[in-house]
Ligand binder design. Structure first.
Ligand code: XMP
Length: 319
């Protein structure tokens, strides 16, 4: 029971008072929270905000293009697009352990972001899309436990090393309020109601060693899955859905020939809190269509399987 236009006016006023005529940088990830924070701060201070979008080469299909179209194109915000694919791939070469991969991706992310921040010496503030549940969880017992199971990489830890003041305009909001705010600020519904996407991205959806070739195949398979889920009205009925790349080859037939190619697993879950989850009972016809499309359209993949494991004992991600 809050009035959105009033809320926006108040939040905008608060940001202006806090920041004055100083400059702000924000790490844009394509996720809901950083997008809404960027839109709100841009509404308040316009060109005093510079968004930095780091592409680690492990994002979803066309993500860079979409983010640039939305923020640079439609909102006319200042956005620096950094393609750091080669740097990330280089550091991930030969690394197979999931936690090690997370650490490297997190570390390189900070590295790249810091290098960009140095190019903006006038920036005095670091803006983050921290929301209320993040505030409660940080330092909480629940979070510590989660950390020992999988280290969750977010943009945390940046301000101390950068010597910037923190601007967190979403700190008091719950997720559904952040979404409402995003829509009211003019962000597209599909962007604001997106499934969560992990910081390490496809890095934890390519089992074992990450290779650019695998990421390219996975991105295309994943996009087909998401397209078909949306077309069948199943996207909003699942909490998270994605494809996973299995670096094993199996035999297939295509035309007159024998193929020997990679496997993709589809994962779709329903959950309230992501601590426990059920695999989604997607219609067989939908799964069949997705499988046919992936195998026909993504040369290099000749087999698609569906993950029917609950959490626990499986986790949502495969790594
Ligand atoms: P799991 O796989 O632990 O996932 O059942 C629970 C939720 O957390 C997300 N996840 C991550 N998010 N960095 C993130 O930002 C990570 O390293 C990471 N690992 C898992 C996962 O996508 C799911 O929503």
């Amino acid at each position: 029971d809050w009035n959105m236009p009033d809320y926006i006016a108040e939040a905008v006023q608060k940001i202006r008072e806090q920041v004055g005529d100083e400059e702000v940088i924000l790490g844009l990830s394509g996720g809901v929270d950083s997008s809404v924070a960027a839109a709100l701060i841009h509404r308040a201070i316009g060109d005093q905000l510079t968004c930095v979008f780091v592409d680690h080469g492990l994002l979803r299909l066309n993500e860079g293009k979409l983010v640039m179209e939305m923020f640079a194109g439609r909102l006319h915000a200042k956005v620096v697009h950094v393609d750091a694919t080669e740097q990330f791939m280089g550091h991930l070469k030969g690394v197979t352990d999931p936690e090690q991969k997370r650490k490297i991706i997190g570390r390189e992310f900070v590295e790249v972001f810091q290098a960009e921040a140095k190019k903006l010496p006038n920036a005095k503030w670091l803006a983050q899309g921290t929301i209320y549940p993040d505030v409660i969880e940080s330092g909480g017992a629940k979070n510590k436990k989660a950390h020992t199971i999988k280290s969750h990489h977010n943009v945390g830890g940046l301000p101390e090393t950068l010597g910037l003041k923190l601007l967190e305009p979403l700190r008091d909001l719950f997720k559904d309020e952040v979404r409402e705010l995003g829509v009211a600020l003019g962000l597209p519904h599909d962007m604001v109601y997106r499934h969560p996407f992990p910081g390490p991205g496809l890095g934890v959806r390519i089992l074992g060693e990450v290779k650019q070739e695998y990421a390219d195949l996975l991105r295309r398979a994943d996009a087909i899955f998401i397209d078909e889920l949306r077309a069948a009205d199943w996207y909003d009925k699942t909490s998270q859905a994605f494809a996973v790349f299995l670096p094993v080859k199996s035999v297939g037939v295509m035309g007159d020939g024998r193929t020997y190619e990679y496997v993709v697993a589809l994962r779709a879950v329903q959950t309230q809190d992501f601590m426990t989850a059920h695999w989604a009972e997607l219609p067989h016809s939908l799964l069949g269509k997705v499988s046919n499309r992936i195998i026909n359209e993504v040369r290099g993949i000749n087999r698609v399987v569906y993950d029917i494991s609950g959490k626990p004992p499986a986790t949502i991600e495969w790594e």
